[in-house]
Write a protein that binds this ligand. Structure first.
Ligand code: ADP
Ligand code: ZN
Length: 216
């Protein structure tokens, strides 16, 4: 089944974890702008170094850069099973640019999934989050501990805290989310594409509901 999906939600609502499960089940191509920027930063490319300055402060990377990266990715010719856009679009300008890119093509958007989560829970999740430096797997210092502290269960890589997962940077990310990204929910709702889900639900139940919506 081919579907083109946008995954939305505030920082740490659980987009990354959900994305992983959806990719396993459906074989979509995962397009995560956050991952692409972090990979580029790790490689030390010009794009990566520029993006890192914004990311570490919790600011949004400028639209022209972000839109360029996604546009290039969408045209690689490997989207036969559809895509899962994770972390893009985040501004109205990005959403309009995306609409232009895919309009009338087989890459047009089928559904938009929104994960809802209250702010206290986001803060708890983000400040406790640790990520594998090697494979990107997420952990939490209280609720998703690795078997050995500081070491990834999956690949043995080192776990670290993202520079933008501090309380200070998170405040900024949330502010940007409320002012710039949340208005997109109305935008996609008006197009009849949006459905919101409670990210606090048990993960199996949530996953099942989301699959039903996708299969719909
Ligand atoms: P989260 O959803 O937890 O904030 P992401 O990995 O999606 O994490 O994004 C991390 C950072 O990368 C963002 O805070 C922002 O600086 C940058 N970024 C990712 N996607 C976009 C985007 N669509 N537009 C602008 N900046 C982005
Ligand atoms: Zn790992």
């Amino acid at each position: 089944m081919k579907k083109n999906i946008i995954l939305m939600g505030p920082p740490a609502a659980g987009k990354g974890t959900l994305a992983k499960k959806l990719l396993q089940k459906y074989g979509f191509v995962h397009i995560s702008t956050g991952d692409m920027f972090r990979d580029a930063a790790k490689e030390g490319t010009e794009l990566g170094l520029t993006a890192k300055e914004y990311i570490d402060r919790g600011d949004l990377v400028p639209d022209d850069i972000t839109i360029g990266v996604v546009n290039e990715r969408l045209h690689k010719g490997d989207l036969g099973n559809g895509y899962l856009l994770d972390g893009f679009p985040r501004t109205i300008h990005q959403a309009e640019a995306l609409a232009e890119m895919v309009k009338g093509s087989s890459s047009d958007i089928d559904v938009v999934i929104n994960l809802e989560c209250d702010e206290a829970e986001l803060v708890r999740r983000v400040t406790g989050r640790r990520i594998c430096r090697n494979c990107g797997a997420p952990y939490h210092i209280e609720t998703m501990k690795p078997k050995v502290e500081g070491v990834c269960d999956l690949c043995g890589g080192e776990l670290y805290q993202r520079a933008d997962d501090t309380e200070e940077a998170l405040k900024n990310r949330l502010k940007n989310y409320y002012t710039q990204t949340q208005p997109l929910l109305d935008y996609y709702d008006n197009l009849g594409l949006l459905k919101s889900f409670d990210s606090l639900k048990g993960s199996d139940e949530l996953f099942e509901e989301i699959c039903e919506f996708i299969n719909g």
